[in-house]
Ligand binder design. Sequence first.
Ligand code: ADP
Length: 257
Amino acid sequence: MEILKTVGLKKYYGSGTSLVKALDGVDLSIEEGEFAAVVGSSGSGKSTLLHMLGGLDDPTEGKVIVDGKDISALKDTELTIFRRRNIGFIFQNYNLVPVLNVYENVVLPLELDGEKPDQKFVREVMEILGVYERRASMPNQLSGGQQQRVAIARALASKPAIVLADEPTGNLDSRNSKEVVGLLKVTGEQFGQTIVMITHNEALAQLCSRVIRIEDGRIWKDKTNAEKSVRRMAAGTLAPTGILPEMQPGRQGRGQE
Ligand code: ADP
């Protein structure tokens, strides 16, 4: 089922001689459960696209349709609620709150929303990501890789259908980068999520089920990699050691809430 769609999406900044066509007519369709990498040179429009997909910014022209809903037509408050319920964001800078411990950081967005965290689910997510044992630690006691895992747990705690990640491994070394992408893949499959991830790293992009290449605000190449990725997954090169065996079938997505 198609979960994310853009139709003739354009985003222009400035005007006259300083006009920048950050996105210049993007038609994209992403199926539920895909793990898509968005690659392209710096300034090609990747972040702009991700922001549009997440309703963080308004398009100049065109539509963004999330789970059948035209989010460009939503009013601000409706959009905020829709985003909160459906989309999890992960950024390059983990953006953890330094005075809160790991667990408090993970459940913070839920609590700000006045929601009671599903403790069993939060624990499961944190265990998969290997941060549950560090739940009482403060962010500055963790490595970069661990902090990013906490940020991922925070994004997943609200059970979003879609996860949008903007260079989530940008501050990590190659081993941690691979682990974080492996974990995203595992949690995506476990919780039935669709993931769109911007990366500069071609090797990481190749671990995804699809690679969307953007240049000058347009889709330049779009390649589905499913078989390859599944094979790598089976060979255990995608998921960090010790994670895969626990990931037995039994998706726990939105449908089973
Ligand atoms: P990428 O993520 O691929 O590096 P971006 O989406 O950040 O690219 O940017 C695409 C183009 O849009 C670039 O030329 C950038 O300078 C421009 N741009 C992005 N955001 C803004 C903004 N808020 N105001 C003006 N220009 C912007």
